[in-house]
Ligand binder design. Structure first.
Ligand code: ADP
Ligand code: MG
Length: 555
């Protein structure tokens, strides 16, 4: 037949298809989620065109219908979405859309496909449309674009090396995918199995999904419901749906506002931090809707970067449906929305910390670095974010955390500063001569061991009017001198130093001659210590570190 075009898959697509064929049986069910997710995207796109009164050649009801033919051994996924033109078919179903998968496959050597790789790629990045080849040995896609004047087409492949493309008559607008099921995947020919998988992964898809004519999912926008009517189970399911993970939500927030901007939203803090495992940087996780119409999935710019771990949905009818990328970045409504929601998220987490400090500490151990990032980058919210920070402290066991609020609350009234000490670990901190006088004086010192802590302190400078002072800084030295003078006034015989004046002068002279330019001044300190000498620094630790970095000196 001359009207049938044959096309080869690209090299990386062939590799992916090979991997898909090797994937574990237990993972194969995700093809249902992938195909439904594509249908849902196509329906969202069509609904968006209709909502913005653009010209489309369909008025069919928006839905996904799945049917099983046990005799023919086929499963058919049919949607009344936006469909595809011939060019779109070639572009979309001939190449790999997932950037994560693509990068992973490109890195792989030829012939190196293993079961482990199959697991990684299917589980971590997803394989989208191609997942249909996990259960099917032949896939036929019938589709017609909603663009007026478009013809129908049929795309067919056995997933080995090539596909065919031909014109097809009497195709309604939308997409129909017919999977010829492999012998070892017959379980999916039972509608009970299909329904179970749909409930598991696709329950919150915003369009009706039916299997053999029976509706399966809960079509409701959870974020428009009254918060007291939403169960914990709803939240877990919805969180897993929006995050596309099997993680559980740590906290949830159902937030509604009517003025100045209308907001209906559900937001989640996850339990697991994917960045902690060393995987790639998390993408924004909150999608934007307007009156239940999706206008931007995983909207960049809706939240500040440091809140990228938050998942959920924000719906505002004040948003224009035609939201361009530029408008998303600096449109006035978005800017307002961003500021309102960011403040609300910070307040929410502060409330959760108050409600259950222990739970929050656990959460903080996993997600604390995001708050540190926020303290450094989000100047407008810095003050409020700093209340979310937690630190180890000299007054508690290692591993126990306190907030800056807690520190300030129990500060003696004559203590002027908040003291901290950045060390690689706790022992270095507690055994250090810098810490000793603070310990003797009974002043609480925060022990900081995280790489970002020094920068956080340098950015923050103060908390509730109290300066943050490092125990090895010049500022700390003058505090110690003050303490010493006061102590001496009380008991004059404690001179603080074990040397006679003569010995002290001799040592001073020796140090100045022998240590040369690396010494700025030598002082006979009037402080009592078990250490004979101590190096104090002129610059703050952060400045020192920066100068070191600029000088290319890596320790
Ligand atoms: P992704 O969904 O991540 O883009 P997929 O492999 O799942 O990757 O799908 C590739 C592309 O094929 C989609 O982006 C979309 O353009 C197109 N596509 C897939 N299924 C459909 C469908 N049911 N209706 C319209 N377009 C579709
Ligand atoms: Mg997809």
């Amino acid at each position: 037949d001359a009207s049938v075009e044959k096309h080869e898959f690209k090299a990386e697509t062939k590799k992916l298809l090979h991997i898909v064929a090797h994937s574990l049986y237990s993972q194969r069910e995700v093809f249902v989620r992938e195909l439904i997710s594509n249908s849902s995207d196509a329906l969202e796109k069509l609904r968006h065109l209709q909502a913005t009164s653009q010209d489309v050649n369909t008025d069919a009801s928006l839905e996904v219908s799945i049917s099983v033919d046990e005799d023919a051994k086929t499963i058919t996924f049919c949607d009344s979405g936006i469909g595809m033109t011939a060019d779109e078919l070639k572009d979309n179903l001939g190449t790999i859309a997932r950037s994560g998968s693509k990068a992973y496959i490109e890195k792989m050597k030829d012939g190196a496909e293993t079961k482990d790789m199959a697991n990684t790629i299917v589980g971590q990045f997803g394989v989208g449309f191609y997942s249909a080849f996990m259960v099917g040995d032949k896939i036929a896609v019938y589709t017609r674009s909603a663009t007026p004047g478009s013809a129908g087409y049929c795309w067919e492949s056995d997933g080995l090396g090539s596909y065919t493309l031909s014109k097809a008559e009497d195709i309604p607008v939308g997409t129909k995918i017919v999977i010829s099921v492999k012998d070892d995947a017959k379980e999916f020919l039972e509608d009970g199995k299909l329904k179970e998988v749909i409930k598991k992964y696709s329950n919150f898809v915003g369009f009706p999904i039916s299997v053999n004519g029976e509706k399966v999912n809960t079509v409701e926008a959870l974020w428009t419901k009254d918060k007291n009517s939403i169960t914990d189970e709803d939240h877990t399911n919805f969180f897993q749906f929006v995050s596309q993970t099997l993680d559980n939500p740590m906290y949830h927030l159902v937030y509604k506002a009517d003025g100045p901007i209308s907001i209906r939203s559900i937001l989640y803090a996850p339990t697991r931090n994917p960045e902690a495992a060393g995987f790639e940087r998390v993408k924004p996780g909150v999608s934007l809707y307007s009156r239940k119409v999706l206008i931007m999935p995983n909207a960049p710019g809706l939240l500040p970067e440091w809140l990228r771990f938050v998942q959920g949905v924000v719906d505002s009818e004040d948003l224009p449906l035609n939201l361009s990328r530029e408008l998303l970045q600096n449109g006035p409504v978005i800017m307002r929305l961003k500021s309102i929601i960011t403040s609300r998220i910070i307040k929410w987490l502060q409330e959760e910390a108050k409600r259950d400090a222990k739970k929050y500490d656990e959460f903080y151990k996993t997600f604390g670095s995001f708050f540190k990032e926020g303290t450094c980058q989000d100047a407008a919210n810095q003050k409020e974010i700093s209340k979310l920070l937690r630190f180890e402290t000299s007054s508690k066991e290692a591993g126990q955390l306190i907030s800056l609020d807690e520190y300030v609350e129990r500060m003696p009234s004559d203590q002027e500063h908040i003291y901290y000490f950045c060390t690689p670990n706790r022992t270095v901190g507690t055994e250090s001569p810098y810490y000793e006088p603070f310990k003797q004086h009974g002043a609480e010192v925060l022990f900081l061991h995280h790489a970002l802590d020094e920068f956080v302190m340098a950015r923050l400078l103060e908390f509730k009017g109290k300066r943050l002072v490092s125990v090895d800084s010049k500022e700390a030295s003058s505090v110690l001198e003050k303490w010493n003078k006061a102590a001496q006034a009380e008991s004059p015989e404690s001179t603080g130093t074990a040397l006679t004046t003569e010995q002290a002068n001799e040592l001073t002279a020796w140090l100045l001659t022998n240590m040369g330019p690396s010494i700025k001044e030598v002082k006979v300190a009037e402080r009592y210590m078990t250490y004979p000498a101590i190096v104090t620094d002129f610059e703050s630790p952060a400045v020192r570190k920066m100068m070191k970095m600029m000088a290319g000196d890596s320790e």
